[in-house]
Write a protein that binds this ligand. Structure first.
Ligand code: ZN
Length: 237
């Protein structure tokens, strides 16, 4: 039994017989129905798929923004209440009923945001696997680099990429879909999907990829997703 944000949760474990879904020959028994897909993870849109599908970043939705705004306001109110209590000489270790109430509302908002993000991620993952692709390729993420990142907001968004990718990997694994991670140094964004030229001076803010060699023009993230789909530089996770 656990307690979080004013609610009790009960978890139950049960032993179930192993089914064919979890056998080692899972991949052999998996029958793909569509070609493999490449998935590019981004900030503006969370995921861009080589088949053209775009999944928005929930954090930029008005629902998430409203919740975040309310959360910031509630957090400010809570810290003010703490300050007042300190000034009056009260202990901050034992909070008043009023403070407890505020704390609970902050926790609830945190939880609602987390639920919103989790639901959104689960929906995307479901959409990616339900068409039974032959494989899924994603880019490699520099985990050690992201931990060293001093910009908190960037570190947080990278952390979310990582957890999203892990969730997708586990889901693919449970179904038997081959999960590919492109080589860390494979330039999926800078490579022209039409002629293979590596456009090394491509600016980070350029949203459209225009190949200086063959004039191929494509949305930057879609070009990257197509390259991820077709690359031979990958490892199977
Ligand atoms: Zn080209």
């Amino acid at each position: 039994v656990s307690y979080e944000a004013g609610r009790y949760y009960v978890s139950v474990t049960a032993e179930i017989e192993e089914t064919s879904r979890y056998n080692n020959d899972l991949e052999a028994s998996y029958h793909p129905q569509t070609d493999g897909i490449g998935v590019d993870l981004g900030v503006k849109s969370l995921a861009i798929v080589s088949d053209g599908r775009i999944f928005e970043n929930i954090n930029t939705s008005s629902r998430a923004r409203r919740l975040e705004k309310r959360l910031r306001r509630e957090q400010r109110r809570l810290s003010r209440k703490y300050e007042m209590r300190k000034k009056k000489g009260g202990s901050t270790a034992t909070a008043s009923a009023n403070i407890e109430k505020k704390k609970l509302s902050v926790q609830r908002l945190h939880q609602r945001l987390a639920n919103l993000r989790r639901n959104h991620e689960n929906q995307i993952i479901h959409a990616l696997v339900e068409q039974k692709p032959r494989f899924i390729t994603v880019e490699d993420l520099n985990v050690t680099g992201m931990m060293k990142n001093r910009h908190l907001s960037k570190a947080v968004s990278e952390q979310r990429f990582y957890s999203f990718r892990e969730k997708l990997r586990r889901k693919a694994e449970s179904i038997g879909i081959e999960f590919r991670i492109a080589d860390r140094f494979y330039p999926s964004s800078k490579t022209c999907h039409a002629c293979g030229h590596v456009h090394s001076s491509l600016k980070l803010k350029a949203r459209i990829y225009v190949c200086p060699v063959c004039d191929y023009t494509e949305d930057r993230d879609l070009n990257a997703a197509l390259n991820l789909r077709d690359t031979k530089n990958y490892r199977i996770a």
